[in-house]
Structure formats: structure tokens, C-alpha cells
Design a protein around this ligand. Sequence first.
Ligand SMILES: Cc1cc2nc3c(=O)[nH]c(=O)nc-3n(C[C@H](O)[C@H](O)[C@H](O)COP(=O)(O)OP(=O)(O)OC[C@H]3O[C@@H](n4cnc5c(N)ncnc54)[C@H](O)[C@@H]3O)c2cc1C
Length: 237
Amino acid sequence: MNGIESAVFDLDADRHARAQGRMLDIHRDSGQAALHAAGLHEQFRAKVHPGGEALRVLDKHAHVLLEEKGFLAHRGTDGSLHVYAALRAAEDWLSTIDFTDTDAAKAALSNHFTDWASGLRNLIVDADGELIPRLIHALPVGHRWERVPGVTLLGDAAHLMSPFAGEGANLAMIDGADLGQALAAHPGNTEAALSAYEATLFERSEKSARESAQSLETVFNDRAPQPLVDMFASFAA
Ligand SMILES: Cc1cc2nc3c(=O)[nH]c(=O)nc-3n(C[C@H](O)[C@H](O)[C@H](O)COP(=O)(O)OP(=O)(O)OC[C@H]3O[C@@H](n4cnc5c(N)ncnc54)[C@H](O)[C@@H]3O)c2cc1C
């Protein structure tokens, strides 16, 4: 782009190499801004799932606490439901479960939700397909580095955070757009481009990392899901 040669190197053979996630919000000021910069926003509009933001918050007895815009499990355009069961546990807890034995893994996971409504627990027990275990890692809020000539980072490599702010993919996209634009704006001076890019990157990622850390506390609060309901209610006020 902009007459600048680029090469992409990726460890994965193709986009089917790993299990993919499902829907995510592409935010106007980050992910969508990157799509505009790449001239891809029209193609994006043709693919989006209208109404995909509709959401309900239920308590563990499956009572609806809030029905506004949004929902916790992701519904796919093909009618499938993509469910995340998340819990705080010791770091090695995942290694105590054999995820290649799907029935045993479902039993071990659903044991953590025995006091939950059966309809919710059955989202685990009756799930089609295997369970995919994922640890959640995060870099410290405000993580930054000294400039290293010729090298920079973007996306999760620069600002890994929990997915509870729904920002990771959006940030990776706007980082890429900003980096490309900085390189285009400083022809022949890569160091000036990388310095300008990193100044924007650090400020933006610190803000999102803080929001993500706060959202994590909101979701895994002793009073959960009330703080989450309060948060959505404050948006509606
Ligand atoms: C459960 C879950 C839910 C999420 N939900 C959301 C959401 O709702 N909204 C949102 O915005 N974000 C969400 N995210 C975060 C989002 O998926 C990431 O932030 C985003 O994918 C980061 O993009 P990236 O390009 O930086 O890294 P990645 O997508 O991880 O891409 C890194 C690439 O580098 C390649 N690679 C690795 N090592 C090498 C190597 N040695 N040589 C060459 N290539 C290599 C990998 O194959 C991979 O293709 C979620 C994440 C998780 C785990």
C-alpha cells in the first residue's frame, strides 16, 4: 500500500489452522477506522450481523436481570450458539483436565456450576463438539518499552489484555492502520515513523488495558452479575 512493499510471515499455514472465535464487536473509532483506512469498510458492511449486539444478562438461576442491547454467549449467523464458560482458578487447573476426553472435560467443568440453573449448566453438558481450554493472560496496564531501532510491536504482542473489554482485535487493527500510515508519512525515515506510531500506541493501549482490567473485576466480582447489570444500566441512563 502507498507504494511500500510488504511481506507477511505467519506460522499458521492458513486461516483454518486454529479453532476460530465467533462474533466480535468492531468498534467505530478503532476496528472500523482501520477498515476505512484499508478501503475495506464497504466489504465489512456487507458481512456484518445486524442486531448482533442484542444482549441479556441472566443470574445463575437463569433469571433475566437486564434485557437491553447485548447478550453474553455469541449467537452466530448460522443459528449456532458459541458459549464461553469462564472461572477464576489456580493457574495449573486446566492441566488437571484431559480436554481430549470431551465428556470428562464437560463433567469437570460443569462441576463448578452445580448451583446454577440446569438450563445454563446444560450449555456445557450438551455442547456440540469439543471444549477449547484457554488461559487468560494480560500484560501490566501501561506496559511500554524503550525504542529499539528497526523493530516495533502491535496487537496482542504490544498490549495483551483480558478479552473483557472486547478491544483486542480492534486494537490490533487500528495499530496496523496507524503503523502503515506512520510509515507512509515518513518516507525513508523508519525510526521517525516508529517513534510516532509508538507514542499513539502506548497512550491508546494503556487506556484500553485499564478498561479491560476493570471489566474483568466487574465480571468476576463477588456480587456478580449485579455490577455488570449496574454498568449496563448506567450506559442506558
Ligand atoms: C476467548 C477470546 C475472546 C475474545 N473476544 C474478543 C472480542 O470480543 N473483541 C475483540 O476485539 N477481541 C477479542 N479477543 C482478542 C483478540 O482475539 C486478539 O486481541 C487479537 O486476535 C490479537 O490479534 P493479533 O494479530 O495481535 O494476534 P493473533 O490474532 O494472535 O495473531 C498472531 C499471529 O502470529 C502468528 N505467529 C505466532 N508465532 C509466530 C512465529 N514465530 N512466526 C510467524 N508467525 C507467528 C500466529 O500464527 C498468528 O496468526 C478475544 C480473545 C479471546 C482468547
